[in-house]
Write a protein that binds this ligand. Structure first.
Ligand code: BG6
Length: 487
């Protein structure tokens, strides 16, 4: 289906930052190449850097070489793409400095305007205030906010309130790029495009669910942000809770933005709050130590450039969550995420219960397991039982693998490609609503408070392992273990 093309101006605030160069510019290039951007649509970079258009284009030439494979960067296409780009230097706090941008925008007052704030969330309110003061916010304008919005419930609420003094909620697009990932959307289709899963998607048949987002990279030059954020607020509060919502929500009547978001909100509100000692018991935090990745030594987190020597920031979290609802009563959700883990893998494991009674005597029958792997490769596999060939009646594991067929697909769109197109088109289903965000922070907050109150450093783990031993114990205590597929 080809969407209607909207005439647009997209203003990227923070245009010289890592996210803009690594993700947003390549994403816009691919969509331009594939004819999904209106011919006259402009991309206006804005940042503090004192550059002119040529200086910014030179920066994009370099980013193009680094982040877009040569076979996808046809010279003509790339040139046509760069022709859309302009640059203006602004100081987020000084509204006078937005005059040049205002003049450029005033050439097309009726276009869709997307202000993409690819900056730390402390700048969201001042930027919005200036856009408002200079009358740059038209009814066709939208603002895209990068995650995390704020660093706790209060700061997130404050920022949202100030943004909403300038924009209506329908104009605010809060990014969680996991929602734009192809396999995450496929997960919705798997759940709601098949009859067979829904009847089993229930505490009667499901034993527990695991969500793992493991990275083998370290903090990678982002210490300034990461050291005061940590894995809980960087990853669990957003990506992991969003995945949990999609796995756990009731079937929404449609994929309209508010209908889906209403269902996700119900899940977040039904999450059983963790308090006091339960946090000590059910939440594990870890920090990576020196080790080796592919035979090359890597430093401990506290020895990474920009990280405080005494840093207590967690680079790993594993926790047990429960959803208090009829569907999910007594079904634990185990979540884990971390940097410098043994492997780069994101997956969701739906572990079904054992057969109630085995008629096959001594044979061990594995319980069914549905594994939805999001990264590095999109795969879905279903563990079933089958008969071992022979005269006896021995049961064996049978793995049904559904690998996405990428033949003929030269490029799978990155999450940001889809999200940018949706933001331009005004489709908000894959963006987080204010109340969802508040509910997620509300659930996370007692954990951060408990850690602050107790102090102490996170458990250590050696780089390239699966995190502190306490993470394994979290499941072992419940007679379970993390999915072997990620070992
Ligand atoms: C970001 C986090 O939101 O997601 C990073 O800030 C993390 O710390 C990244 O590395 C992971 O995203 P992806 O798409 O590479 O799994």
């Amino acid at each position: 289906m080809i969407d209607e093309l909207h005439d647009f101006d997209i203003v990227i605030v923070g245009a010289t930052g890592d996210l803009a160069l690594r993700k947003l510019i390549p994403a816009l290039y691919y969509r331009c190449r594939d004819g999904q951007l209106a011919a006259d649509g402009r991309i206006l970079g804005a940042s503090r850097a004192n550059l002119d258009r040529n200086g910014y284009i030179a920066m994009l030439e370099d980013a193009g070489e680094r982040f877009i494979p040569a076979e996808h960067r046809e010279a003509d296409e790339w040139r046509r793409f760069l022709a859309r780009v302009d640059y203006t230097s602004v100081d987020a706090f000084d509204c006078e400095s937005y005059r040049d941008l205002a003049m450029k925008l005033s050439e097309y007052p009726d276009r869709v305007r997307v202000f993409y704030l690819s900056t730390g969330s402390k700048l969201f309110a001042p930027v919005c205030r200036c856009l408002h003061e200079l009358d740059l916010i038209t009814p066709q304008s939208r603002v895209v906010l990068e995650k995390p919005v704020g660093e706790d419930l209060v700061s997130s609420r404050d920022i949202n309130e100030q943004v909403l003094d300038c924009f209506d909620e329908e104009q605010v697009f809060r990014i969680d790029h996991y929602l734009g990932k192809e396999p995450v959307q496929n997960l919705m289709v798997l759940r709601f495009g098949n009859t067979m899963f829904e009847s089993l998607w229930h505490q009667t048949y499901i034993d527990h669910i695991q969500i793992t987002v493991a990275e083998n990279l370290g903090v990678e030059g982002r210490a300034g942000f990461y050291d005061h954020t940590g894995a809980l607020c960087d990853m669990v509060q957003s990506h992991l809770l969003q995945l949990l919502c999609i796995i756990a929500m009731e079937p929404p009547p449609s994929i309209d933005a508010d209908v889906v978001r209403d269902e996700k909100l119900k899940v977040l509100r039904a999450l059983r709050p963790l308090r006091g000692r339960d946090i000590d018991k059910y939440v594990v935090r870890g920090q990576y130590q020196a080790g080796a990745v592919n035979g090359h030594p890597v430093p401990a987190y506290v020895d990474e450039p920009g990280v405080a020597r005494q840093s207590e920031t967690e680079t790993f979290v594993a926790l047990r969550a429960n959803i208090d609802s009829w569907r999910w009563a007594k079904v634990p959700f185990y979540l884990r995420t971390g940097k410098r883990l043994a492997r780069q893998v994101s997956e969701i494991v739906v572990q079904f219960k054992d057969v109630p009674h085995s008629i096959f005597g001594e044979s061990d029958i594995s319980a069914n397991r549905l594994t939805i792997r999001l990264q590095p490769k999109e795969e879905i596999s279903l563990l079933l039982s089958g008969k071992r060939i022979g005269t006896g009646m021995t049961v064996r594991d049978l793995e049904l693998n559904l690998e996405e067929d990428h033949r003929g697909v030269d490029h799978v769109p990155d999450a940001y490609e889809r999200l940018l197109i949706d933001a331009i088109g005004g489709r908000a289903t894959l963006f987080v609503r204010r109340d969802e965000l508040a509910a997620a922070w509300q659930w996370i907050q007692p954990i951060t408070e408990r850690w602050k109150e107790k102090g102490g450093r996170p458990d250590h783990y050696v780089s390239s392992t699966w995190g502190p031993t306490a993470a394994a114990s979290l499941l072992a205590r419940d007679n379970r273990e993390w999915d072997a597929g990620s070992d």
